[in-house]
Design a protein around this ligand. Structure first.
Ligand code: GLN
Ligand code: ZN
Length: 766
């Protein structure tokens, strides 16, 4: 009676099959027909998993060869002319928008890609023009895939991005100034046509995702909801029943909008992220509407506490009755790995705490069964689940009394440097003796094939630890010699020993575990495999001191130690859900603090703590939650770095320079030097540094490291000239945008030669 549903399933397949197929197709090794066939195979496999799990409402159109927003751009006929003019096959036009197309005389760059809310998934941003029109393509994907499933005996619930979210997430294309939301009335007819077609094809329900409802919205967007859903409601029984889905936040602040939306069959809310919104939502829901209760986490990998989830669903049932409640995943399961069954190497105790997409589908079905038939119907499952939950809560692997003890002793003073910046910089100058316009790099140097080969051999046990260490030392010697030749001022050791900037640290910290197959889509065919924080974090031994100390011992110039900051470690991992993220950040911060002090003691007097993920952790809405986040994020950075003496210089690095909305937090880090990615942005972004009278040093990147192109000395000088409009000569460092690990040596040397020469030019000028 109580229905179960999943909002979306991961697309990659058990062995990243989709990645392999699309990349093979791009590389000309797979035909178009083979690619399409593989997509079909994956969709069927994923529907079947959910059916076998006992899910009633199984999504379709959640699959995509690249990105689901991009699918909508194409089937709504919102493809910019620079793509359509080439008359490519639809699938090639689709990939051209996703990743650019440079073949057979066609040369178009990709559309912009941005983060999907606060997840690590990226969507393709619709780019709409002043005279934008929309036209439903003749064989729209949602209908095609619905029929495909139906043929296989599975009646699915197609998923669409809603009209308001589609427009709110869009932008005006270059050369246009249209406000996307103003296009609503033009867009609605294609939704209408699509919904009618879905109904004709046999769809009883459709899921319309409107996640933007969790954001702070301008009035015109709120009004757009009313307009759009009045129109949709007016279509009555000529379209499927609408499940209106929100996720990644609460909708309490937009509850008036929710109340104004009539004619929808059910409202879905995320009760994992915001369980407290349940009361308000129950109070706002119309008498004819159902509630889809998102109680199984679509964003993390923990086993659901079934007892708690059932209680939440029961609360809703008490108010609405069984017929009006649906049990669901909190969001699409896109953000979770495919199946736990692939993890052969995980410790059994810990594996019992996890649940990936396939296992989560079963959880949703079990909860629905428990509330329909009573808990006795699933007693064994509930008992086993309670045991796992209890075991995790009390395990030695999650609880480390020493860490707790240390956390309780953190004081304000520990987060403050000994002196203010003017005193520090004077001490650092004496210690480091750097020229004006000092030059440096961001940490990594090219990760050559040889480095990967040796690392692989070492992991597989084909070479000994000593042989591997020798190899790494030799790499360090080489990059130091190259930096000597280039004439850089602050050296790095090049990070040859690091596979990944978070995994490397995770592997050296207690409290982390790693998977072998738990990949999730980041964008297009790109997947990441985040490490998992399972318990209290501590540092059993120094993590980077050996390499940095060696580098110092053979270097004539100051050597910069290189660490990944607490927020980046946290954000690029699956965090625990049993303690607040601020506590996890503090634990990471204390471990890093010890590392910073060990580096200092080893003679490393410039230390960079990278925090590229600081910004993406910003809560979606402004206000208290965001301010709280910034407070603990800044505090944890300071806790990691503030223990050093005045003469030690703390650097931090960010892969962006849009600091406008949280500049106070960047300033509050109190880093002596910030290096930021800036070469492709407008130098005007640096204006905030003068406006706010920022007193410390800054190295805005002078060239783009994502491209093999070598910037000329003149280009770099021009860039520096622009920067000097906003920054004082004494503040300015000269460095690339980011680490150089994806580059080749040839272009790296050429670019850095020009960079050093540009710095020398300014030194002689000022
Ligand atoms: N130190 C890192 C590197 O150079 C920084 C990488 C990053 O900012 N993403 O590779
Ligand atoms: Zn970077």
């Amino acid at each position: 009676m109580v229905q179960s549903s999943i909002l979306g399933f991961p697309r990659m397949g058990v062995n990243r099959d989709l990645k392999k197929a699309t990349e093979a197709y791009w590389g000309g090794k797979l035909s178009q027909a083979e690619l399409l066939e593989e997509g079909k195979r994956l969709r069927l496999a994923h529907w079947k998993i959910q059916k076998d799990a006992g899910i009633d409402s199984i999504p379709s159109n959640d699959f995509s060869f690249y990105d689901h927003v991009l699918d909508h751009i194409q089937f709504f006929g919102a493809v910019p002319e620079r793509y359509t003019q080439h008359k490519l096959d639809p699938i090639d036009e689709f990939f051209a928008m996703g990743r650019g197309h440079q073949k057979e005389g066609v040369d178009v760059p990709s559309l912009e890609m941005v983060k999907w809310f606060d997840s690590n998934y990226h969507y393709v941003k619709p780019a709409l023009s002043d005279n934008q029109s929309f036209l439903l393509v003749s064989d729209p994907k949602p209908v095609r895939e619905f029929l495909e499933a139906k043929e296989a005996g599975i009646v699915t619930r197609p998923v669409l991005v809603g009209p308001v979210s589609f427009l709110h997430l869009a932008k005006a294309d270059r050369g246009s100034s249209v406000d996307p939301i103003s296009l609503l009335e033009k867009l609605l007819p294609v939704y209408e046509q699509l919904l009618v077609k879905l109904k004709e094809a046999g769809a009883e329900y459709v899921q319309i995702d409107e996640p933007v409802l969790v954001l702070d919205l301008p009035q015109k967007t709120k009004d757009a909801f009313k307009l759009a859903y009045e129109k949709i409601a007016s279509l009555g029984s000529s379209i499927p029943k609408v499940v209106f889905a929100t996720y990644f936040g609460d909708i309490v602040h937009n509850i008036d909008v929710v109340k104004s939306i009539k004619g929808i069959y059910a409202l879905h809310v995320d009760l994992v992220r915001n369980p407290e919104q349940l009361d308000t939502v129950l109070g706002a829901i119309h008498p004819e509407q159902s509630l889809s209760a998102g109680v199984v986490d679509g964003r993390n990998i923990w086993k659901t506490n079934l007892k708690k989830a059932i209680e939440t669903v029961e609360t809703a049932i008490q108010k609405l009755g069984k017929e009006r409640v649906i049990v669901a995943s909190s969001s699409s399961l896109l953000h979770t790995p495919h199946t736990l069954a692939s993890e052969k190497g995980l410790d059994a105790e810990i594996k019992d705490w996890f649940s990936f997409a396939t296992e989560k589908a079963t959880e949703v079905a079990v909860i629905a069964k428990a509330v329909t038939e009573g808990p006795a119907a699933v007693r064994d499952v509930l008992e086993a689940n309670a045991k796992s939950v209890q075991a995790r809560a009390t395990s030695k692997r999650t609880n480390n009394p020493e860490v707790k003890e240390r956390l309780s002793k953190i004081t304000e003073a520990m987060a403050n440097r000994k002196s203010a910046f003017p005193t520090r910089i004077a001490a650092q100058q004496k210690n480091l003796n750097l020229p004006e316009f000092p030059t440096t790099t961001i940490g990594s140097f090219p990760q050559t094939k040889e480095i990967r080969v040796q690392r692989n051999k070492f992991t597989k046990g084909e070479i000994t630890a000593e042989e591997y260490d020798k190899f790494i030392e030799k790499e360090i010697q080489d990059v130091i010699q190259i930096q000597d030749e280039l004439g850089l001022d602050v050296y790095v050791h090049g990070e040859p020993e690091r596979n990944d900037m978070v995994q490397y640290f995770g592997e050296r910290l207690d409290g982390y575990v790693f998977t072998t197959h738990a990949w999730v889509q980041s964008y297009g065919s790109r997947c990441v495999r985040p490490p998992i924080i399972v318990g209290d974090i501590s540092r059993p031994a120094p993590m980077t001191v050996k390499e940095s100390k060696y580098a110092v011992s053979i270097s004539k110039k100051p050597m910069k130690g290189m660490l990944t900051g607490p927020i980046t470690c946290l954000r690029w991992s699956y965090p625990r859900d049993d303690i607040h993220q601020s506590i996890q950040a503090q634990q990471l911060a204390l471990a890093l603090r010890d590392e910073v002090l060990d580096l200092e003691a080893a003679g490393v007097h410039v230390i960079q703590v990278d925090e590229p993920a600081l910004r993406e952790g910003l809560p979606l809405r402004s206000g208290k939650e965001r301010e709280d986040y910034l407070k603990w994020a800044v505090q944890s950075f300071r806790l990691s770095t503030a223990g050093v003496a005045d003469f030690t210089q703390i650097h931090s690095h960010f892969c962006y320079s849009e600091f406008q909305d949280f500049f106070h937090a960047i300033a509050a880090l109190d880093a002596d030097v910030l290096s930021i990615e800036n070469s492709k942005s407008d130098a005007k972004l640096l204006k905030v540094f003068i406006d706010e009278a920022y007193p410390r040093h800054i190295g805005p990147g002078v060239y783009d490291i994502h491209s093999p192109r070598v910037p000329s000395e003149q280009e770099i000088k021009d860039r520096v000239e622009e920067m000097l409009q906003y920054l004082k000569p004494k503040q300015l460092w000269i460095n690339p945008d980011c680490g150089l690990k994806t580059r080749q040596w040839k272009e790296t040397k050429a670019a850095l030669t020009n960079l050093v020469n540009a710095a020398k030019f300014y030194r002689s000028k000022y």
